[in-house]
Write a protein that binds this ligand. Sequence first.
Ligand code: ATP
Length: 944
Amino acid sequence: MDQTKWHQLTANDLLHALGVHAEQGLSEEDAAARQERYGRNELSEGKRVSPLALFFNQFKDFMVLVLAGATLVSGMLGEYLDAITIIAIILLNGVLGFVQEFRAERSLRALKQLSAPMAKVVRSGKLCHINAHELVPGDVVLMESGDRLPADIRWISTSSCYVEESALTGESVPVNKHHQAIKQDELPLGDLKNIGFMGTMMTRGTGKGVVIRTGMDTEMGKIAHMIENTESMDTPLQHRLEQLGKILIIVALALTVMVVVAGILHGQPAMGMFLAGVSLAVAAIPEGLPAIVTIALALGVQRMIKRKAIVRKLPSVETLGCASVICSDKTGTLTQNKMTVTRLWMGGRALEVSGEGFEPTGQVTEEGKPLDLKNDQALRRFLQISALCNNAVLSESYPSELRSAKGSGKQAKKAKEVKKQGSEELKPVWDIKGDPTEGALLVLAAKLGMTPQTLAGMYARMEEYPFDSERKRMSVIVTHQGGRNVLAKGAPDVLLNRCSYILWDGKVVPLTAGLKQKALAANEAMAKQALRVLGLAYRELKASEPAAQESAVESQLIFVGLAGMIDPPRREARDAIAVCRRAGIKTVMITGDHQLTAEAIAHQLGIIPHGGQTVNGVQLAQMDDDALDKVIDNIYVYARVSPEHKLRIVKSLQRKGHVVAMTGDGVNDAPAIKAADIGIAMGITGTDVSKEASALILSDDNFATIVAAIEEGRGIYENIRKFIRYLLASNVGEILVMFFAMMLGLPLPLVPIQILWVNLVTDGLPAMALGVDQPEKDLMEHRPRAAKENIFARRLGWKIISRGLLIGVCTLIAFWLTWSVDPNSAGQLTKAQSVAFATLVMAQLIHVFDCRSSRSIFHRNMFQNRYLVLSVASSLLLLLAVLYVEPLQPIFKTVPLHFRDWAITFVMAGIPTFLMGIGSVLSGQRSGKSGGAKPAYTSNRRAA
Ligand code: ATP
């Protein structure tokens, strides 16, 4: 098949060669058989780290190697039990690290899969959206502006079709594609104008093509390694933590060396001190931190997916928590995108339309009287344009059990019965495929019996000048009774500027300034009622007129009238906007729609506060950047703007120090989406280009989802802070207890195995459980944090050091209280070490609950996070096992504790949390008295 010269074939020969019908496409069975034969439409993936390599990577760490070496030496010196246990602990640690990293990697891979491209394909006569990986040679695909080509295709019909092929040819000017056969035999890729290549991008127009090559057989497959997604998924926080990790290693090592030296100077045996030092270094270095951060991010991302937000770039999870402005499109994001035409205006006549949703039942009435198409030429013209200058498809379907009424058998019989009885369930479900604005016009025409199908015999489409947000209009040329007509629709103000005539009282008359004013006034009146308004126009093309120039074709038009459609605001958007306000996040509406429509909807949603301003595209164009920067903080609605304006808005907001989230769906939105701190694309209506530029995709196109994602983003960041707080304070405590003991000339308060045990049991699971902790209630009551905020900001550094210090000192006191009873007895030393061990573990397990709150342990329900409760309970059980299970006692150098020992343990382990809790309550009361509101995060980042 590869040898075929696809470009030389005519469309018919091509379809014949691939065994497919242009309208029907392949059948599902045929497609499945072809997939068996040709494989999935995928480029082979780059190298992946194998699980085995990942496992061995866990033991590459320098300190772990030193520990293993030291253990072997001590084993050779006869300490077999110690050596075996330490090796077992090292292995267990490795397994834990492996599980963490493996999970993190798998989640990241799943993430990539989620943003896999989709394709619009005709299968068994139906248009469906399938995962592009399922395409096979012979599939008929439909493409439009903004789509990335999912495979190599041969075009069979095109309309103003431009494709940007720089990914393949390096040529950045889009190529105008056509569907004629090309005679020449050998041609460079750039000249194969009837072929589209996988991975290239459609920038304008529409087209239909047949897949000729998939997967590694495509041109892109030949150079697959070049387009592999090499983008790093590391977040800035992960980078910073990596650097922090390096600093911590140095600090831990330095302290360890001091501990070892001090111990030896005070007469401790060198080998024992060395082993204790290495164990301490292994325990104190938070090697699990990066993996836990990744897991917290990845699990957060999973939660976001459940809330309909798909994160494409992991760093954006972090940025989400800093967002201070959300710039949102209106249609479909803040509104439901369920358009219904309710009012018409035609040559001074105001008409009403009844009916709801996409169901084509309803009437058009004038002063209460239903209108009839036969006697109303203007209305007929209006509806013809509505139905023909339109790419949407209206379809009906029945609930699944009724579909079987078509066949035979028991179920079909029952279904037929239900149908006969005329039950409620029988009602077909009407649905629109394509642009809902066009869908509404299609439904309007269908209400009076006019559909593209009924008109098909009389009109044939020759050419289309597609809609885009820049042009704000669309037109088609149709042939009718030997002549050619231009049918156009678009934003009324834009369209009226291209009209020279108007249909008034059934006659075509010049569009005088007065008549134009009347049309504009009617437009404004509808817009003020929050209606989205479209104008309709037409004209006949002269026989001599070429159809090539769209600006010439779309001129001298005859204005027919206006269609006003409702698009109700999303109910949840209003609540989400209120949440944003409380969270110190400003919501801005950016829309291509009319200013009055935009304002009316913004008021319904509560976007514009008292004194807030609206600006339209023309005013915006007149402002230079300085002028815009001066007023931007007070602008809440941008109306009739083009996508290029979005980039200016993003840049200006960023200059003012904001962290900007910006939504978009079209090709032209991509630059703004890319420039924004959080670029957001629409999952349903968004083009591939916008999705690829984005960091976040809303799978339901819903504004409320952005706010949910921000909430998750904030929660994830706070969780990361929680376990950093826990891990580091624990490690500080471990180091300090040893450090102080050696400085004071005391014996070792903990033996190496105990230190390693603490590291394994208390640091692993409880820390991970903190990573999935529920957010605090007032998470969305704070202003956003500054983007450059240090991870230790908001007193976290202080909390870590003070708590670590308290844990270290209290553990040492517990040790001393027990040891000093009989300093010369070896048995008493073991007991004191057991008490110190139990105190350190208990102090950490109490502290972990404390870390859940930015204030203190008393501010949250301790049992809310069941993972934490379970992990703490299992750590406690393991502690008891080490203390009381006899065979374990010689391994861990422990003895059972008695009442006095436990009393010391509990008191000393509880003191750090108790003291800090009291401190926090007192300081809370003080700030309460001084009338301070809840602690607010700082608002600006670049200023920081
Ligand atoms: P958003 O609020 O998401 O920016 P919008 O639909 O208001 O969306 P655009 O899609 O840029 O903004 O549309 C701008 C204007 O173009 C609309 O107000 C409408 O008058 C007109 N328009 C929209 N869709 C079509 C279409 N399919 N054909 C012709 N004109 C259209």
